[in-house]
Write a new protein. Sequence first.
Length: 620
Amino acid sequence: MEISDSIKAILDTLPTKPGCYIMKDAAGKIIYVGKAVNLRNRVRSYFHSSAAQDAKTGQLVRQIDHIEWIIVGSELEALILEMNLIKKHRPRFNIRLKDDKRYPYIKVSWAEAFPKVTVTRQMVEDGSRYFGPYTSVWAVHQTLDVLRRIFPYLTCDREITGQDARACLYYDIKLCSGPCIGAVKQQQYRQMIDDLCAFLDGHTEPIVARLRAEMQQAAEELRFEQAAALRDRMQAIDRVVEKQKVISTEQMDSDVIAIARNNGEACVQIFFIRAGKLLGREYFILEGTEDENDSEIIAQFIKQFYAEAARLPCEVLLPQEVEEARIIQQWLNTRGNCNKVELKVPREGTPQELVQMATENAVETLQALRTQWEADTNRQSEALAGLQSALGLAAPPNRIECYDISNTQGTASVGSMVVFEQGVPAKKYYRRFNIKTVEGPDDFASMEETLTRRFRRWQAAQEQKSPGGKVDPSFALLPDLLIVDGGKGQLGRAVEVLQRFDLMGRVPVVGLAKQEEELFLPGRSDSILLPRHSQALYLVQRVRDEAHRFAITAHRNRRSKIGLASQLDEIPGVGPTRRKALLRHFGGDMEAIRGASIEDLTAVSGINIDVAMSIKAHLE
């Protein structure tokens, strides 16, 4: 194996201590992160002739241009650092969870006097209780719908004093317990939310026992309405618990992990068993698993999943031994809610049957996903071919760009650009344009400005003199099809812009009319109607809807910031410079500014105590 002089020099200077190594390619991009008890021995092993036996390692070694390392004090510190680096950089040669978005959690804001239950994608140390992660936002909201009928928690933003004259509609339809009118006291409300948390943890028996005692007491004291409400809550809990499969008579709290693989894909299935009942299951797809053994994939999954998990069980059942079991278990015990978290490979009985059941589910899930992916690919190919045929294009429009304008009576106008590649959204290429040159509600002029700025940036990318200069990838390529939302009028403006940049003939363009979803081509008076129920029409609708959604979202954000800025402008002593400093310091959050103390405000650059007092007086 040919090794460059620079790599040889690095290999000769590697320390023999524990730590992490970071491999980069010629462009300086991190392509692999690993850990080692002995950095020198581990990194040098990649460059032995035997190390390149599998295709993945050989490809990795050929792309290594530079190696960095970080020394740590122990193997545990190396494991934690490795996890953080993989999470941050997502190197292409590492095994990693496929979705790089944050997974949703159920959040119970326990630090508040009257806690609320919401969905969030980020855990912060604010005294809240978290449950998850889940893979489906839809499933989370379905869970909350059930929870709210059993534990009618608050969803409004009222300040709860118990003195309000009347409650909202949710109280009347039994979806809120009414603390705003004093229908439930703080202690009772918090007990209900504590029950909700126990319910999510699968520990329902103590809840039912206490509710039964409260119901009997209420009946004895002739508080029949309250007794009936408690009875209804118990029955609702029973209906949910009946659907949960009883796995074991033992009150075991376990996670069961299994893996399935097919054609380079790896699917990990995890069952959540609490108090002997199967509460739920989730599946995760992993990337970078080529040429890796099952044991390594499972080990990487455990590290990445439990780094994000809100709560840990007391035991994790595995289909096979993992090489890092000891150090992973040591790490789990530093963040677990049990005295000891154990990794076990069951050999017999119910635990082994559970692992087998999880494995069968993983195989079925992966097969179903592959069938779905293949069907989606076929639909996308059919849609692109349909557009090519209907519009007379030379090739399928693999890159589609769609533009829309959003404003409120001409204010805070925003142009949106969405990009679809191979028939699916490429959100990293989405861009928005705050309209700068147009006064009033003129969507045609706004579209012209948006497209002009888009193709001006394409032109700048083509004229880039410095090879190392930064080019926004959103604008570096021309679309295979340009769609403007708005029919003939917007199409005319788009044609003018394309002619200005000498792109007519190079960029196919159509105008999409909202009413009948007609497509208009330049120079043709009649419109094109795509066949109803065709994949081509569905694709155009998805592209149009996404452009509309993105434009509205951007417009609302801009309008909100303008409203915030105008409120600050009315405060004596706050001009453009101080307003900008406040917005930057508090992240544009008006409630944060309103709730800030004098000390917090004076910490902002340019805000003295007099101005801080003026801000407080004005906003309060």
